[in-house]
Design a protein around this ligand. Structure first.
Ligand code: NAD
Length: 434
């Protein structure tokens, strides 16, 4: 990648966490070592003809972390800060995420260094098709299956699927997930990440005996994942008192009408404190806050749903929420994690809290391969079953081992990963003692 990144060291941070977790798990040292190294990395330059006739070259990459448990799976992001280090960390987390929820995939991730907001729609299409043309030998329905992530969406997935199908000369919907429904997308994929986090919160509600209207929620990042989790919680009576996007946030003690915020954000393309009836919106009282202030609000649940490294050693001490549900990938650095644990904050970690997205991507891939499509209620039921089961397995492990929830999630994932890697043989097997 040409651009320097704010995220240098993020992969090393992820590996440090793995080392710390392994102290609580039974894992062969060879299996542990294997998980510290991505299997393959492809870096590409993508030439794109711009609308004004000029040629621009964009940098992109794809990292496949580990495929012991199945083909690799993970999102593609279009963002100006994408770096190899960040993508390696995101691919690593995908391996653990798929293992936490027990779906038969390894982890991968990809990205392009670009601010898509500065490109026309046609330029984004050319970039998306150009990226897939370069990746066609690296990805595939049985090798590596991309999906949407930050600043990529269903239409981009549809263009990429079309490009891949042209290259391999056969209709190949299962090469990518998160596609538009008419192109083989799954019902229920759009809100799956937010919904998976919501099912985790519903399990906490049951365990803690919460009354939703007494629970205040702040959501950082009001995109796909943030909007859906906020919307589902609001529908259940939770008080969503603050939301934010890349431009900053809004706060209202009484709570917001989340569908109105979503309507305004998606029509005016900016966050506004409004109440809408039909298409008529009127302003409501709210304070303008920064993203930093949002993270430090006096709320019961804090949901980071934007980017990595938002809760750091600088601000962790000031986080007041007793529960953090990580809808974003890697929003808490490991140094900040230690501070939150010392404060007794319960962190539902990213590899569990946002696993709903990859789980329904798995359902989409399964449906594409079967050529048989499920009802939305079937997708929701199967997602809820998996999220509730795995949430409770992690929660029980946390209590049994007296460890934090993140460590428990990693231990749970490691047991599945270790048994798969060890089943291929380790030193003790070849020495005849295993
Ligand atoms: P998105 O592009 O739809 O939304 C991202 C949101 O974050 C936007 O509202 C943007 O304005 C906001 N944002 C960007 N920079 C910010 C900043 N510095 N502070 C506050 N807000 C900021 O992306 P998404 O798909 O909702 O993904 C959000 C997070 O969830 C990412 O970490 C992603 O990896 C993770 N995630 C997404 C999925 C999925 O299926 N979409 C699955 C798993 C994890």
């Amino acid at each position: 990648m040409t651009k320097p990144s704010d995220h240098d060291g993020i992969f090393a941070d992820a590996v440090r966490r793995l080392d710390a977790t392994s102290l609580h798990a039974t894992i062969d040292p060879e299996a542990l070592e294997k998980l510290k190294h991505p299997k393959a990395i492809l870096q590409v330059s993508i030439p794109v003809r711009m609308d004004d006739g000029s040629l621009r070259i964009f940098q992109g990459c794809r990292v496949r972390h580990d495929d012991t448990r199945g083909p690799t799976k993970g999102g593609l992001r279009f963002h100006p800060d994408v770096s190899i280090d960040e993508v390696k960390a995101l691919a690593f987390w995908m391996t653990f995420k798929c293992a936490v929820v027990g779906i038969p995939y390894g982890g991968a991730k990809g990205g392009v260094v670009v601010n898509p907001k500065e490109l026309s729609r046609l330029e984004v299409e050319r970039l998306s098709r150009g990226f897939m043309a370069q990746m066609a030998d690296f990805v595939g329905p049985e090798t590596d299956i991309p999906a949407p992530d930050v600043y990529t969406n269903a239409m981009i997935m549809g263009w990429m699927m079309d490009e891949y199908s042209k290259i391999v000369r056969r209709h190949s919907p299962s090469v990518i997930t998160g596609k538009p429904i008419p192109l083989g997308g799954s019902l229920g994929r759009d809100d799956a990440t937010g919904r998976g986090a919501y099912y985790c919160i519903k399990e906490l509600e049951r365990l803690e005996g919460w009354k939703p209207k007494e629970v205040r929620v702040a959501v950082q990042g009001f995109g796909n994942a943030g909007q859906h989790v906020a919307s589902l919680l609001h529908a259940d009576g939770y008080r969503v008192v603050a939301v934010s996007d890349s431009q900053g946030g809004i706060y209202r003690e009484e709570g917001f009408d989340v569908p109105s915020l979503i309507h305004a954000k998606n029509t005016a393309r900016r966050l506004q404190a409004v109440y809408c009836r039909d298409a008529l919106c009127e302003a409501v009282d709210a304070d303008v806050i920064t993203n930093e202030q949002l993270l430090e609000l006096d709320v019961e649940i804090l949901i980071p749903a934007a980017l990595e490294s938002q809760i750091t050693i600088e601000n962790a001490e000031r986080v007041r929420a007793p529960i953090v549900v990580e809808v974003a990938n890697g929003p808490t650095t490991s140094a900040a994690d230690a501070v939150l644990n010392d404060k007794g904050v319960l962190v539902v970690p990213d590899i569990l809290a946002n696993a709903g997205g990859v789980t329904v991507s798995y359902f989409e891939w399964t449906q594409n391969r079967q050529g048989f499509y499920w009802k939305e209620s079937e997708v929701h039921d199967r997602l809820r079953e998996i999220m509730s089961r795995e949430f409770n397995a992690v929660y029980d492990l946390k209590n049994a081992k007296q460890i934090d929830m993140r460590t428990a999630a990693y231990v749970h994932a490691l047991s599945r990963l270790a048994s798969a890697i060890e089943a291929q043989g380790t030193k003790s097997y070849y020495e005849g003692v295993g």
